[in-house]
Write a protein that binds this ligand. Structure first.
Ligand code: NAI
Ligand code: MG
Length: 356
């Protein structure tokens, strides 16, 4: 079983090193092969997604991805910026379903910025569609504003779009995920304003007829944002488009105490997938050895569960993460008085130790 390891830039290499330690400690015959991506890809091969890296990702059974987005590359043309690597991988691997489980570990009840009673016991799953929406729609670009009070001025524009089949396949994924949980699905849209998301709502309702055991409700995205911080435990599974999902999942991340705790899986139609922490490359703390590696380690657990059929090993990792939190070990982002502050490596070592 081959796992492609793509550390990326910023804190990527630091956090991936901890997940690799954990994978190696499982005693399974995994073949781990590393390749540069993002800023590291650009620095070594002049491209954020070098051909050899893409070939490795395609050949592997699953991909473990760190993060990309080093500010040093911000001034490059868009096609060469680090973020293009993750967009390119999603596209070339056909990854359309992004799973972000937001779970609050009881030990972190006070790490959240929300009141403990609001978040205690939180366990929700956000499913974000990854291939459509305003992120990829054409046409896009700059032009001269065609009408209105700003006519003739420069104007930036993008196109929001969703094809029927694109909505159907994410709907099926979401209903099936809800079937395995509490059987409640909230579809988040903006049907009151956007044609694209009225269509989304209609298709969700239609597909829902195939899943009579799942309760479907619809919510506008602005209300969903409010409910996520007001009463997040009311949700079970949420499904939404690419942009709303991007924003809501960061919001949900904070419910868990820190974005450094939130793993993610991006899957294709056959459960081949790319696994990565939900956060970016955190250039503000890169190289300091203080990044929280747990989201990445938990992403490795998701990889074992979804793509490699190793649920038992995934459970071992989840249990080890719980154990280190119970021991009171905290990276800076989840630190509170009375716990012990540790760095990235020490946290990784503690998880490895807890595995045994
Ligand atoms: P970010 O997620 O990198 O950082 C946001 C804040 O959270 C920062 O204060 C950072 O220090 C903190 N943080 C993030 N991960 C952490 C961890 N593991 N432990 C402790 N603290 C952590 O988001 P930001 O700053 O908006 O973006 C930085 C760069 O990352 C940008 O270039 C962005 O495009 C890129 N990015 C890449 C993603 C990816 O690789 N999939 C996803 C999101 C952003
Ligand atoms: Mg994001």
């Amino acid at each position: 079983m081959k796992i492609a390891i793509l550390p990326g830039d910023g804190i990527g290499p630091e956090i991936i090193a901890q997940a690799v330690k954990v994978l190696n400690a499982l005693g399974e015959p995994f073949e781990l092969e590393t390749a540069p991506v993002g800023g590291a890809g650009y620095a070594q091969h002049g491209h954020p997604l070098p051909e050899a890296t893409l070939a490795l990702a395609k050949a592997a059974d699953a991909v473990l991805f760190g993060a990309v987005g080093d500010y040093r590359y911000d001034n490059l043309e868009r096609a060469l910026r680090p973020e293009q690597a993750i967009l390119g991988l999603r596209k070339h691997l056909g990854l359309f379903a992004n799973f972000r489980p937001a779970v609050l570990y009881p030990e972190l009840a006070n790490a959240s910025t929300l009141k403990p009673e609001v978040v205690a016991g939180l366990d929700i799953l956000i499913i974000r569609e990854l291939t459509g929406d305003i992120y990829f729609g054409q046409p896009r670009g700059m032009r001269s504003c065609p009408d209105g009070p700003f006519q003739g001025q420069r104007e930036g524009y993008d196109t929001m779009r969703y094809a029927e089949g694109e909505i159907r396949r994410i709907a099926h994924v979401a209903f099936q995920a809800a079937q395995k949980r509490d059987k409640r699905l909230t579809s988040v849209d903006k049907a009151n304003v956007l044609e694209t998301f009225q269509f989304w709502r209609d298709i969700m309702t239609e597909v829902g007829k195939d899943y009579p055991d799942v309760t479907l409700d619809h919510m506008y995205v602005d209300n969903a944002a409010m409910q996520l911080v007001r009463a997040p435990k009311k949700f079970d599974v949420m499904v939404t488009g690419n942009m709303f999902g991007d924003i809501l999942s960061d919001c949900a991340a904070q419910l868990t105490g820190s974005i450094g705790m939130l793993p993610s899986a991006s899957l294709d139609a056959n459960n081949k997938g790319l696994y990565e922490p939900s956060h970016g490359s955190a250039p503000d703390i890169a190289g300091k050895g203080i990044a929280n590696p747990l989201a990445t380690i938990l992403s490795a657990a998701m990889l074992l569960r979804f793509s490699l059929n190793r649920a038992e090993q995934a459970d071992r990792i989840d249990a080890a993460v719980k154990a280190v939190l119970a021991q009171g070990l905290r990276t800076a982002d989840i630190y509170e008085a009375g716990t012990r502050r540790v760095g990235t490596e020490e946290m990784g070592d503690a998880v490895v130790k807890a595995l045994a």
